[in-house]
Design a protein around this ligand. Structure first.
Ligand code: GDD
Ligand code: MG
Length: 351
């Protein structure tokens, strides 16, 4: 069994963060996002993974290489032009064996993957889809099932009139690889709009595994902040790198002055410096090499590498990309998303 991770989307809803850093490698607390998915795949013993990429593949390759660093063999199926979610799976076919796990490269979940694979094998389904309940299915793929768990209908991005259930496609599938014969090669097509409806139309057995635990699509700034909150608050368990300090985590190469004001939870990554009189937290991640100077106050935010928050500056409810500098007495307000290298000049406010 091998896995394909669909990671070629442009991440438009996370711009400007994703202009330089594609969504698969945006940091999520202490590791690039796809590392969390690789950790989940390890639980079913998948050692070989194909990353299907279209957007800035070189940045993903630079992080994961051949996979040795993360204990996997990683292959790259790179598209000249985006092939869509179906075409991207087809493009990985040459590396696959009889059974394939497919992941949308932007979902984080604690689904019991071994149970999903075991159910798939036992039921003799052609495909098994993980579904999850959400309050508003219209932004997702709605999946209707019967009482036996057999999938009956798949409606991608349903109109309000088409919403008959709250279970949506969680973006995780187990497929008999032989079903990929239905997919045209080298052509842009959607697994949700074309492949699954086609399987259903042919009468193939497509089954659902409903997951009621943790699940999130990190594709918007709100969800991206949410996933940090969830990890720091323990709603999604991750074994974070670093020692614990007053309810937070501090990487061994970071320094937090004894005179800093700390409110848990928080994560202070490698090389960060939190100086005397700076306030940090709650629910704040400093990814790496971030400096909080005296009187700086940062809460409910995520700051990527190399950021600086200068004297008496404030950051609240914001996402700051690589190397953002918030100058003295400036204020970054909730909802701000600042791209790589932005400078907020002294005394300025973002809204
Ligand atoms: N390689 C490649 N090529 N990957 C792609 C392409 C492509 O052309 N287009 C999209 N992807 C990847 C994205 O990077 C993402 O990881 C995944 O496929 C899904 O694409 P999104 O653009 O994020 O889709 P969505 O979130 O609107 O909807 C999908 O996910 C929902 C769950 O989060 C659908 O699968 C829905 O049915 C589902 O409910
Ligand atoms: Mg998505």
């Amino acid at each position: 069994m091998k896995a394909v991770i669909l990671a070629g989307g442009e991440g438009t809803r996370l711009r400007p963060l994703t202009l330089a850093t594609p969504k698969p490698v945006v940091p999520v607390v202490d590791r690039p996002f796809l590392r969390h998915q690789l950790d989940l795949l390890s639980r079913v013993g998948v050692e070989e993974v194909v990353f299907s990429l279209a957007y800035r593949p070189e940045r993903v390759q630079a992080v994961f290489g051949d996979g040795a660093r993360v204990g996997k063999r990683i292959h790259y199926a790179v598209e000249d032009a985006p092939l869509g979610t179906g075409g991207a799976v087809k493009n990985a076919e040459r590396w696959l064996d009889a059974l394939t796990v497919v992941f949308n490269g932007d979902v984080l979940t604690d689904v019991d993957l071994p149970a999903v694979v075991a159910e798939h094998r036992a039921s003799h389904a052609e495909a098994t889809l993980v579904l999850t309940p959400v309050p508003n299915p219209s932004a997702y793929g709605l999946v209707e099932t019967d009482d036996s768990g057999r999938v009956r209908r798949f409606v991608e991005k349903p109109d309000p009139s088409q919403i008959t259930t709250d279970t949506i496609n969680a973006g995780i599938y187990v497929l008999n690889t032989s079903t990929l014969a239905l997919m045209p090669a080298g052509v842009n097509h959607s697994i949700e709009r074309a492949f699954f409806p086609e399987l259903l139309a042919r009468g193939s057995l497509v089954r659902a595994h409903v997951h009621r635990g943790y699940w999130i699509d990190i594709g918007t700034p709100e969800k991206y902040l949410q996933v940090h909150r969830d990890i720091l608050c323990g709603r999604f368990p991750v074994d974070l790198e670093g020692r614990t300090l007053r309810g937070g985590w501090v990487h061994e190469s970071a320094s937090v002055d004894a005179g800093a004001v700390l409110e848990a939870p928080f994560f202070v990554g490698p090389g960060c410096r939190v100086e005397e009189g700076a306030s940090l937290g709650p629910e704040t991640t400093l990814v790496a090499d971030v400096r909080l100077m005296a009187g700086a106050r940062v809460r409910e935010s995520v700051l990527w590498s190399g950021g600086v928050v200068a004297e008496e500056a404030q950051v609240e409810g914001a996402l700051l990309g690589t190397g953002v500098r918030v100058c003295a007495h400036a204020s970054v307000r909730p909802g701000a998303v600042l791209g790589e290298g932005s400078v907020v000049s002294p005394h300025s406010r973002t809204s």
